[in-house]
Design a protein around this ligand. Structure first.
Ligand code: ZN
Length: 157
């Protein structure tokens, strides 16, 4: 992964946005039950850009803070996309549940971990290194890619 790919910390009100950033392969931690000071310290320590619905908190992060104006997911995605020139080209790189890194799971190992119908239709599987969740490019994946393409028609996905 190139170093220029930004990493994010996302506040409590932006959990869905965090999942979508992970879908696009971005490292996005979701800050829950933490004070503003803890969030700032954590983001700074790991070089993360803080995306927040809290204007004051964004301002305290300076250049590394970004105030998200909308409470609508699609608007939020558009804003982040525009400001940080996102490239949603690394699909199946991050676990959408826990932000862990995904690794290839050999077909043989996937066999007893996914429904039979899924196993028959897919040949590439991925597993989260942290929580073990198994991923594949199923019909839900096609829908997600289509939704991203609709959001940013100028990007080829
Ligand atoms: Zn995981």
């Amino acid at each position: 992964m190139p170093a220029s790919r930004p990493k994010f910390a996302v506040d409590e009100m932006l959990g869905t946005l965090a999942r979508w950033l992970r879908i696009m392969g971005y490292d996005a931690v979701y800050e829950r039950d933490r004070t503003d000071d803890e969030i700032i310290a954590g983001a700074n320590a790991e070089g993360r850009i803080l995306l927040t619905r809290d204007k004051e908190l964004a301002a305290r992060m300076g250049e590394m803070g970004s105030y998200i104006a909308s409470d609508q997911l699609e608007e939020q995605l558009r804003q982040v996309w525009r400001v940080f020139s996102l490239r949603p080209d690394q699909d199946l790189a991050r676990c959408t549940v826990c932000n862990g890194e995904l690794e290839q799971l050999p077909e043989d190992d996937a066999k007893d971990k996914v429904p039979e119908g899924v196993f028959l239709l897919n040949h590439q599987f991925f597993k989260c290194r942290s929580c073990g969740k198994v991923y594949w490019r199923g019909s839900h994946w096609v829908n997600i890619k289509k939704r991203l393409a609709d959001l940013a028609p100028d990007q080829s996905l």
